[in-house]
Design a protein around this ligand. Structure first.
Ligand code: JFZ
Length: 465
């Protein structure tokens, strides 16, 4: 199985690298990227270990804060959904003055939550740049704010040891050259031209990839409209990596994504899959990287009426769920036009951080569960060396009889303990399972982690295929 996955991954890399792209400038062609799996493994190392990141959707749509006329459900899609003339939408830039923005504080909030990277919208579909771009005035330069939030965040991330990443929309409702011009874009004149548009986008990406230090991930989006093609995706992928060879690019740079499930169905480009608002039912095997992005309430961009917040328990368990399937969890906040992360988000992130401080070892640098089913919760594992593995059991349903049963584990369990206090627990090996004696009260109601030290690689017998 593993061999097949590696072969598929290599084949994808080959297809991506070898595609013929006649309309593409010579210097971005034939970059010898991804020739070796080892090169990709080295580049993906931090991402695979990180498991947890902060997504930030921030733009001038935070000024209307989700409300327009008689509707209160808008977010970052405000411009498209209201069909407001672009000339009118521009007023929001004039009102965007997030004087309470404190990059260090945002980074502290992320870091204390246990997050290892931050992905912020450099440009969303409305085309507005949250950085000082020389390519257009439709950016932070046209606001009273004048500062460069991305620069401040990049610097704060560097100081804190957090990877700085940006989300950049391919689709652009504002630019007159984006191939699918909106009728309500009253400022656009003439015929759209995708070659010109691509040059513009590359210009901005060059700014972002040369002025803000090392970029962890370029997180593309808005690739689904017709004018964007596989060939343009391959070219853009190569372009980003020609500027920063170590950067990671998500699969929304190309056209292969299969809807919200986020994984590539065919002709994929990019380094990893991006399920959106869902966690896949199972992982995809070693060598297939992915990251589920999710909101904390029902919106990406700030909506002042949306108070339907997920519980900390749900958020922590989502993170565990992703890790147990070999993926990352990218959790979103939508800051206000004052520059503040909403306090319900801050509270939940702080609570997640408390759990992570105690249990982070069972998340960072772990691999997917060796079990098909774990009726009491989830599981991750970590190879310590060739002779030693740690298996982390994330228990949600505490056993009423004080016996936690791990079905089908064949390894010798050298030690079982609670991760929180390191105290040893009694282990009993039975015929086709292991049972562990646990305290009668569930120590951590969100998820209690039990560590098993086992000999060698996990060996699991599936009794109920
Ligand atoms: C996209 C964005 O449109 C959205 O605003 C947000 O940034 C999210 C992270 O990514 O979400 C999508 C993308 C595609 C579809 C729906 C939502 N789609 O194809 O139906």
């Amino acid at each position: 199985m593993r061999r097949i996955i590696v072969m598929v991954a290599l084949l994808c890399a080959f297809v991506a690298g070898a595609a013929e792209t006649p309309s593409i400038p010579a210097e971005t062609k034939e970059q010898p990227f991804d020739k070796a799996q080892g090169e990709k493994d080295a580049r993906m190392k931090w991402f695979r270990e990180a498991r947890f990141g902060l997504f930030i959707h921030w733009g001038v749509y935070s000024v209307p804060a989700g409300e327009w006329k008689d509707k209160k459900d808008y977010g970052e899609w405000f411009l498209e959904q209201t069909k407001m003339p672009v000339s009118e939408y521009k007023k929001f830039a004039k009102e965007f003055n997030p004087v309470k923005f404190d990059a260090k504080e945002w980074v502290r909030i992320a870091k204390d939550a246990g997050m290892k990277y931050i992905v912020i919208t450099s440009k969303h579909h409305d085309g507005f740049g949250m950085f000082r771009s020389d390519m257009t005035d439709w950016c932070i330069k046209s606001t009273p704010f004048q500062r460069d939030p991305l620069k401040e965040l990049a610097d704060a991330c560097k100081d804190a040891g957090i990877k700085f990443c940006f989300y950049h929309s391919i689709m652009d409702w504002h630019h007159p050259d984006w191939g699918q011009l909106r009728k309500w874009n009253d400022l656009a004149k003439g015929e759209p031209n995708m070659d010109r548009y691509t040059e513009y986008m590359k210009g901005q990406l060059k700014e972002l990839l040369t002025r803000y230090g090392p970029i962890g991930i370029v997180w593309f989006d808005g690739e689904w409209e017709k004018p964007w093609t596989h060939e343009r995706g391959v070219d853009l992928y190569n372009y980003c990596r020609s500027l920063q060879p170590d950067t990671i690019v998500n699969n929304r740079v190309g056209k292969g994504r299969a809807g919200m499930s986020g994984m590539d169905k065919d002709k994929g480009v990019g380094d990893y899959g991006t399920p959106e608002q869902e966690i896949p039912p199972t992982g995809f095997g070693a060598g297939v990287d992915w990251e589920s992005c999710m909101t904390m309430n029902g919106h990406w961009g700030y909506n002042k009426y949306d108070q339907k917040w997920k519980s900390t328990e749900t958020l922590v368990r989502n993170l565990i769920d992703c890790a147990s399937k070999g993926g990352n969890y990218l959790l979103n906040v939508g800051p206000t036009s004052e520059g503040l992360i909403p306090s319900p988000s801050i509270e939940r992130l702080a609570e997640m951080g408390k759990w992570m401080k105690v249990n982070g070892e069972s998340i960072y640098g772990t691999q997917a569960s060796p079990f098909v089913k774990t009726p009491w919760g989830r599981c991750t594992r970590k190879a310590i060396n060739s002779r030693k593995t740690k298996i982390y059991l994330h228990v949600y349903n505490w056993p009423a009889d004080g016996k936690l049963v791990i079905p089908g584990l064949k390894n010798k369990v050298k030690r079982a303990s609670l991760l929180a206090d390191g105290k040893a627990l009694k282990v009993k090996a039975e015929d086709s399972s292991i049972s562990i004696t646990v305290p009668s009260e569930m120590p951590d109601k969100i998820a209690t982690v039990i560590v098993l030290d086992v000999k060698g690689e996990p060996r699991v017998v599936v009794n109920n295929p």
